[in-house]
Design a protein around this ligand. Sequence first.
Ligand code: SF4
Length: 206
Amino acid sequence: MGLVRGLLIQGNSKVGEAINLWGLPAVTTCPGMTSVCQGACYALRSRFRFQTVKDRLAWNLEQTERDDFCGRMAKEIRHKGCLVLRVHSSGDFFNPEYAEKWLWIMKKVPKPRYYWYSRSWRIAEIAEVLEKMAALKQVRGWHGIDSETGTPQNVPKGIRTAYLQVDEDTPPEQADLVFRVRRLRKLPRPRIGLTVLPICPNESDK
Ligand code: SF4
């Protein structure tokens, strides 16, 4: 009998053991990436350099191309009783068809809270699907923005924006959250009430 390998991995004690993670290879699955996010991307560093991790993410990508991907993912989410699922601890929604698969899964198994940070809003065909996802009450979607992306013209209902700050610039007014590279973490908060997080491997890649 062949080894049945799960699709999801469990978060660690830092990111939260109640969180289940799904990841893909960074860069090659990131049609909306910028030089800014690539330069700060934790999914290109530390443990992500290990061959075992690279192999795992490549295997995940292969699974997305299989006809049984959606069914297997839905079954695993149910079986594990997932409460929170982060879609893409690395990588992104790489085309509309793949994003549609996740939309199907989120509708089919609405129990967990799903969340994602994505720069694929920059691709119009994918942005349409992200908007549909974010309209679901079980989904929390974040558009990743930075000085290169600019700010989206229209941010759909249910989606928030997370600004990646790599210079001492002023985050746009529209940003709901700021991720700062470590060397900037001592800068004062840009405005009252705005959440500012230092980037670390357990926080975000977007
Ligand atoms: S930060 Fe996100 S979008 Fe940018 S390269 Fe890394 S995984 Fe891809």
